[in-house]
Ligand binder design. Structure first.
Ligand code: GDP
Ligand code: MG
Length: 170
């Protein structure tokens, strides 16, 4: 490869939307239907190569519970990218995405790029958030939008592989 870039990525979103599952699918290619809930935050790394450049991802998986919220700015403050996750079967988790975007805009760095992941797309028969409304919102705020399934792995590597193209040139 021609160069190596460090890239801090933080996952945000309501409890239960599948943040930890997405990270474990991406890093270990595993899925557990009984994924244990995250306490505070956990950290995993994975290096990928995109267009002859290596990206060393440092992935911070946060806990969505309100009692840990005060710790979360520490994780997004110097992040290259924030992946904000919702559950396509739970509309209130999409409302939470908008709240996270507002928080990032006011408290975070303007250099942090945002990706919105509509997770659990394997449960499309219970869909409560339309692709069109999520895509329109993402377009409005200049974010990447993708529907994923940590369970089937659909779009999970793709989502992580699309981050480098979003980053400001360095
Ligand atoms: P977190 O609280 O956001 O970290 O969510 P978890 O990763 O702990 O997942 C919460 C629950 O949703 C667990 O029971 C997971 O097995 C399940 N889950 C996560 N991702 C998916 C998915 O893509 N599809 C389905 N059907 N279940 C999922
Ligand atoms: Mg978790």
């Amino acid at each position: 490869v021609s160069s190596i870039h460090d890239c801090k990525i933080v996952l945000l979103g309501d409890s239960g939307v599948g943040k930890s599952s997405l990270v474990l699918r991406f890093v270990n290619n595993t899925f557990s239907p009984w994924q244990e809930s995250t306490i505070g935050a956990s950290f995993l790394t994975k290096t990928i190569v995109v267009d002859d450049m290596a990206y060393k991802y440092q992935i911070w998986d946060t806990a969505g519970q309100e009692k840990y919220h005060t710790l979360i700015p520490m994780y997004y403050r110097d992040a290259s990218a924030a992946i904000i996750v919702y559950d396509i079967t739970k509309p209130e988790t999409f409302d939470a995405v908008k709240a996270w975007v507002k928080e990032l805009r006011t408290m975070g760095s303007p250099d942090t790029v945002v990706a919105i992941a509509g997770n659990k797309c394997d449960l499309a028969e219970n869909r409560a958030v339309a692709v069109e409304s999520a895509q329109a919102y993402a377009d409005e705020i200049g974010a990447l939008f993708i529907e994923t399934s940590a369970k089937t792995a659909e779009n999970v590597p793709e989502m992580f592989r699309r981050i480098p193209a979003m980053l400001p040139a360095s």
